[in-house]
Design a protein around this ligand. Structure first.
Ligand code: ATP
Length: 242
């Protein structure tokens, strides 16, 4: 459904990404792993239309070339991004934040249905629709951010480090929710520090180093590869085996 080939991003003279290819299908969870500064956030931002790409880049959604579209048009093509830091509006209520997501033309007709889906997924939000978003806990704010992205009825939901700042328990719950979202047919592409937890939930993973893809495999294969464990999971191969 999402197919990216030969993606390049430069910031002035600095080449942040070069020749990056990746794909995400309906109902699939893909994770991008890489060290700090490898280019993970830049990749999501480029796919979302938030940063420009180099000549030769091709981004296709459902077979349509969307390479040069601006961010708001990417949303109409079915790509939604939950940015690092969540980007919710603290002085708006939970339901006002959620409704912002349904301004996309593709989402308007199904806004009620999507709101029911989000409330079913995150009952905590259904209990407090009129609470100001800034007074919600970190985990709840992440639910608002994901909920708002879902309200745009995306085909692909992209998340930049969604478990950042969450407790291990909340992170686990977050990944359970992502599995439910994928089971509904949404494709998920995420960047995560918590590589071990994300690989347990994901179907496939990409390894990125200094702006290039250096590996791709199924999540179970990556999890059982000692080299990957020590390079990307921040634990020694011996520890990882237990
Ligand atoms: N707006 C920008 N201007 C200049 N350089 C940038 C900009 N954004 C990112 N970079 C550089 O591009 C490279 C990739 O950054 P990016 O944030 O995509 O990496 P990352 O893998 O997401 O890192 P992290 O895990 O630390 O967030 C880094 O060297 C970074 O310093």
């Amino acid at each position: 459904m999402l197919e990216v080939s030969c993606l390049g991003v430069r910031y002035g003279r600095h080449v942040a990404l070069e020749g990056v290819s990746a794909r995400v299908s309906k109902g699939e969870i893909c994770v991008i792993l890489g060290a700090n500064g490898a280019g993970k956030s830049s990749f999501l931002a480029a796919v979302a239309g938030l940063v420009g790409t180099e000549p030769g880049t091709r981004i296709a959604m459902n077979g349509k070339d969307v390479t040069k579209l601006d961010a708001h048009l990417m949303v109409e093509e079915g790509i939604a991004l939950v940015p690092e830091g969540r980007g919710i509006f603290g002085e708006l209520t939970v339901v006002e934040n959620l409704r912002l997501g349904s301004h996309a033309r593709r989402a308007k007709a199904d806004a009620g249905k999507m709101l029911d889906f989000v409330y079913g997924l995150f009952p905590r939000l259904a209990e407090r629709p009129r609470q100001l978003a800034q007074t919600m806990s970190g985990g709840e704010q992440q639910m608002v951010a994901i909920g708002r992205a879902l309200m745009s009825k995306p085909d692909i939901l992209m998340l930049d480090e969604p478990s950042l700042g969450l407790s291990p328990l909340l992170s686990k719950e977050l990944f359970k929710s992502l599995a439910i979202i994928a089971a509904e047919g949404f494709g998920i592409l995420l960047v995560e520090q918590n590589a071990r937890l994300s690989l347990k939930t994901a179907d496939r993973g990409y390894l990125i180093e200094t702006g290039r893809i250096v590996g791709e495999d199924t999540a179970p294969n990556l999890l059982s590869d000692p080299k990957v464990m020590s390079a990307y999971l921040g634990v020694s191969a011996t520890t990882a085996a237990h």
